[in-house]
Design a protein around this ligand. Structure first.
Ligand SMILES: CC(C)(COP(=O)(O)OP(=O)(O)OC[C@H]1O[C@@H](n2cnc3c(N)ncnc32)[C@H](O)[C@@H]1OP(=O)(O)O)[C@@H](O)C(=O)NCCC(=O)NCCS
Length: 202
């Protein structure tokens, strides 16, 4: 079974990426809210932190201020021989004034390194494929994985395959209950309809 990663910090230029501490909760909440423009992801982060889940949570700090945040949550892969503990990445947020400067890339790179160091074989997410394909993720359906909902546009269901992955580790990705309870899986109409129409457009 994967164990907790050692608490390490890394620098990305002037930005330090480090594990979130109990003092960061309010700053993380405001970064999530400012980046997404609503409370959904901030509420999800608070609920995941409060749940009995061994989440890994990292912040990007610039001159003592939290400017970015990413969370990894233990989830399941329903593989033929047995359930496998994998990770869900998200939410990922960078404060609007600090975007397009490599902070998101630094947070994702740090998260993947920590996931690998902790022994996890796979990290799943749903998100913008143009963005995450630059950061070590690929389409999960192309590798034979099944999404947990038909409301996830296929290209948005992404996976990073880590060193501990073995060939038999395939199957359906299953989110923990908190994601469902807060209705944070996939998209809903009308957004879902719009995104699917864009994907289907020639
Ligand atoms: C998406 C987000 C996390 C990106 O963070 P960021 O710090 O601006 O991203 P980076 O500067 O690390 O960008 C890394 C690369 O992706 C590119 N990029 C940034 N945003 C992108 C986007 N929306 N689509 C495609 N590429 C993008 C950058 O140009 C950069 O490319 P390069 O390395 O070739 O120059 C940030 O814009 C954000 O918080 N957005 C609002 C919340 C959100 O959408 N979160 C993700 C949910 S899926």
């Amino acid at each position: 079974m994967p164990g907790p990663a050692d608490a390490v910090a890394r620098t990305v230029g002037p930005v330090i990426v480090r594990p979130e501490t109990s003092d960061d909760a309010a700053a993380v909440r405001s970064v999530e809210r400012d980046a997404f423009g609503h409370d959904v992801e901030a509420d999800l982060v608070d609920a995941l932190r409060d749940a009995p889940l061994d989440t890994l949570s990292f912040v990007a700090e610039l001159d003592g201020t939290v400017v970015g945040h990413v969370m990894l949550t233990p989830s399941l892969l329903d593989a033929p021989p047995r359930l496998v503990t994998v990770l869900a990445l998200g939410p990922l947020a960078v404060a609007p004034g600090h975007q397009k400067q490599g902070v998101g890339r630094g947070l994702v790179a740090h998260a993947l390194r920590e996931a690998e160091a902790a022994g996890y074989p796979l990290v799943f997410l749903e998100g913008d494929w143009n963005y995450y394909s630059r950061l070590g993720f690929q389409r999960a359906d192309a590798l034979g994985f099944r999404a947990p909902s038909l409301r996830i546009p296929p290209p948005a269901f992404q996976v990073a395959v880590l060193r501990h992955h073995e060939r038999w580790m395939t199957g359906t990705f299953v989110y923990p209950d908190v994601f469902w309870r807060l209705d944070c899986v996939g998209l809903r109409d009308p957004e879902l309809e719009e995104v699917m129409a864009r994907i289907d457009a020639p």
